[in-house]
Design a protein around this ligand. Structure first.
Ligand code: AMP
Length: 120
């Protein structure tokens, strides 16, 4: 699989500071910010700072430090947003996953019951 990262995607522009965002948490390897079109009371996107287009790209090529930093950001988002009663993590990937922005992002959705995982 060839992963061709497009650095003109909107999250790359957010990482370069060209577009504003509502930051929830940031560390050396990851940024977490509020989704601009929230689907739940808590809807945060966690993205790596490195140029990875998808979950599988990140899983294959990111360093141990990048993996650790990303998951630390996920933990902090869960703590800061207070989703003790649960949440859903989603990583839409390419065409079948209906991924709109080609920079890996994990949606953290919560603050209400999220329903079944998929509509039948
Ligand atoms: P998807 O790629 O299908 O996982 O969805 C991309 C998500 O990015 C959608 O939930 C959008 O609402 C969100 N989004 C798009 N542009 C922005 C932005 N500038 N700031 C925050 N969230 C955004």
């Amino acid at each position: 699989m060839e992963y061709a990262y497009d650095d003109q995607n909107i999250f790359a522009k957010i990482l370069r500071g060209e577009i504003p965002n509502k930051t929830v948490y940031e560390n050396e390897y990851a940024l977490a910010f509020e989704d601009i079109t929230p689907q739940a009371p808590v809807h945060v996107l966690v993205i790596p700072k490195g140029p990875y287009m998808s979950l599988d790209h990140f899983a294959r090529d990111a360093s141990v430090e990048e993996h650790s930093g990303f998951m630390q950001a996920v933990a902090e988002v869960c703590r800061l947003t207070g989703v003790e009663e649960g949440f859903r993590a989603i990583a839409n990937t390419r065409a079948h996953g209906v991924q709109e922005v080609p920079h890996y992002h994990m949606h953290i959705l919560g603050g209400r019951p999220m329903g079944r995982m998929l509509a039948r």
